[in-house]
Design a protein around this ligand. Structure first.
Ligand SMILES: *Cc1c(COP(=O)(O)O)cnc(C)c1O
Length: 427
């Protein structure tokens, strides 16, 4: 049996709190908390066999890529029910052309856009809403650049909870807003940016007894760390050279670093890949901090990028992210929106669509190849965080008038005119 508790991430504090602590900050030093466990060393061979065997079962442990690995997130006791939509089990696909485009790497992508609401947020949401249900929460809330709100709304309605979403007005895509509304959430559009919306929400959370599911909620990161388990299991536990992930609030890279360290501690792997965070040039406080060798993050006051999912200037998880970077000898790269949209087009050449934030990974790989940081032929996995259909406007706007004119042909319903148009088009 495992014991689970919350623990302060600060090395010099490390205070422990019970799982039902009402704050997600250490009451002694104010740092974020991790979910940690005391458990006997797992029987590796037995677990590997069990995880494989579940793939063919129809129970929740078989259908969900998170709960298939539930022995690694035992804050929910074995057998206890969870709030799930059969998330995870996302494809790992080669992207040979995009790999060539990026400068000659062996590129595969782990596509989180194949989740129930179209982003990796579902992996975290099943974990933290399940915990919320155990705590008896009535109202869940988040500030969101869009995907968290879509995901939270789905899991909340499923669990019978009210959902309250704070979004920056006009800065989330119509698709994401539509998802939250369809799942019945109350959507508060704040006339400000994400950081302001998040700050406002946090100032009300306690008074209104809201259960916050932003990535400062450590249970969310427990769900997200299973991206790593799935990815490595699919590769026969062969560790790639690099795993590249976009960074906004920096929860995902924190979760992935935690997952990697746990796998190594328990002997599933004996080395770590280098984690690479990619950020948009106009919203890159973490990259700036790393390149300056600073020990504190300086927020970007007015973050700007068309990759709305990562338009965040004051990432709440930067300390955890720094821990992931240090543990894996990782790095950070910033890319311009123009580079991001080129990378998105390169992925499209492999038949792989994603939202702009996700394409920063491939743009970043290309830059790191150019600078010689990533060597030719390196084994690189990019985490594509969101679905292509989350932001179709951006893809259309980015295509040049000539490209569009070549690809889009309007004709009258007349066979002769159609033949002439097709002859021109296929020339
Ligand atoms: C939330 C999100 C990100 C950023 O993830 P963080 O954990 O906040 O760093 C990146 N891409 C997409 C599509 C997202 O929805």
């Amino acid at each position: 049996m495992a014991t689970a508790f919350l623990q302060c991430v600060d090395e010099s504090c490390r205070r422990r709190f019970p799982l039902n602590a009402s704050e997600y900050r250490c009451e002694a030093c104010g740092s974020l908390l991790d979910v940690e466990y005391e458990m006997a060393a797992p029987d590796r061979a037995a677990l590997l066999a069990l995880w494989q065997q579940r793939k063919s079962s129809t129970g929740i442990e078989g259908q969900s890529g998170v709960w298939r690995f539930r022995e690694m997130l035992p804050f929910i006791a074995a057998g206890r029910s969870v709030v799930t939509l059969a998330e995870g089990n996302t494809p790992l696909v080669e992207a040979a052309r995009a790999g060539d485009w990026a400068g000659g790497v062996r590129l595969t992508v782990k596509h989180q856009g194949a989740n129930p609401t179209g982003s990796f947020k579902d992996l975290g949401m099943t974990a933290c809403v399940s915990q919320g249900a155990i705590l008896g929460c009535g109202v869940v809330a988040c500030a969101s650049t869009g995907n968290t709100s879509a995901s939270m709304s789905a899991y909340a309605v499923r669990a019978g909870m009210k959902a309250l979403v704070f979004v920056p007005a006009g800065k989330i895509t119509a698709a994401k807003l539509a998802q939250a509304l369809e799942f019945g959430a109350m959507v508060i559009e704040v006339a400000g940016n994400f950081d302001q919306a998040f700050h406002l929400l946090r100032s009300f959370a306690k008074e209104l007894n809201l259960y916050l599911v932003n990535s400062l909620n450590p249970f969310r990161l427990e769900g997200q760390k299973t991206i790593i388990f799935e990815l490595l299991e699919r590769r026969g536990w062969r560790v790639p050279d690099y795993i590249v992930v976009p960074g906004g609030n920096l929860g995902n890279v924190s979760a992935m670093g935690k997952g990697l360290c746990e796998l190594r501690r328990h002997g599933f792997i004996d080395k770590l890949p280098r984690l690479v965070v990619t950020q948009a040039e106009g919203a890159n406080p973490f990259c700036r901090m790393l390149s300056a060798g600073a020990t504190e993050l300086t927020p970007v006051a007015d973050p700007q990028t068309e990759a709305t999912a990562i338009r965040i200037g004051n990432p709440v998880n930067w300390k955890k992210a720094l821990r992931s970077i240090r543990a894996t000898d990782g790095l950070c790269e910033s890319v311009s929106d123009a580079e991001t949209f080129e990378a998105k087009a390169a992925l499209a050449g492999d038949g792989i669509g994603c939202e702009p934030a996700s394409a920063t990974t491939v743009a970043g790989i290309r830059k790191l190849r150019k600078s010689g940081t990533i060597q030719a032929g390196a084994d690189v996995v990019a985490i594509l965080t969101g679905n292509q259909l989350k932001d179709p406007e951006s893809s259309l706007l980015r295509r040049s008038a000539e490209e569009l004119a070549r690809q889009r042909v309007s004709v009258e319903a007349d066979a002769g005119k159609l033949r002439a148009a097709l002859e021109r088009a296929l020339k």
